[in-house]
Design a protein around this ligand. Sequence first.
Ligand SMILES: Cc1cc2nc3c(=O)[nH]c(=O)nc-3n(C[C@H](O)[C@H](O)[C@H](O)COP(=O)(O)O)c2cc1C
Length: 211
Amino acid sequence: MKIDAVRNEYNFPGISRRNIAKNPFEQFEKWMEDVLDSEEKEPTAITLSTLGSDGFPRSRIVLLKFFDENGFVFFTNYNSEKGKAIEENQAVGLHFYWSSFERQIHISGFAEKTSREISEKYFHSRPVESQISAWASEQSEVIPSREYLEKRFAKFSKQFDGERPPLPPDWGGYRVVPQKIEFWQGRVNRLHDRILYEKTENGWDIKRLAP
Ligand SMILES: Cc1cc2nc3c(=O)[nH]c(=O)nc-3n(C[C@H](O)[C@H](O)[C@H](O)COP(=O)(O)O)c2cc1C
């Protein structure tokens, strides 16, 4: 297996402080539009990193469901490992990687729970089976078997038969309010472009980083 021989050249046009949007949310929107129009399989996949109380960072994929100038929103179980980590330390990392565009975005920010209203609205927009799964899964807990999980699914399917499952009390959204957003564009000869926005009292400072 010749892993060290894998070598891609990056020939996309660059980004600079001159051609990038003044506001990072506008820039994010442009790049998100590009991936949504492409064949990228999971365009909204985010690698979410938290710092656990055991001192180990942990990363996992979640899906971006909304974003605006207030932040980036994903949904999960508040009692999951990530939920417990955020309870202790709101500082999180969000990472997007789109291989077909040779682009990555890194966001450092603080996670806060969304309103119940926002969580309700999103929860009920999901297929009913996914709503039942949210009830059935005690996310990140050790469970005895697959059968145990399927029995819980059957139990909640019966309980909510013919009605809309309510929003589980420990399920909802987090909004990540960004402090820093870095846009990375792969370029020729490994001289990649990295443009960093840092939040200040008056808006956003824009800097270029060495690749
Ligand atoms: C493509 C993909 C999308 C996912 N989306 C979510 C999501 O939006 N919310 C979520 O809680 N877990 C999602 N997961 C599962 C998580 O990666 C993770 O396994 C789960 O949330 C438990 O993580 P934790 O134990 O670190 O809290 C997704 C996994 C994949 C591969």
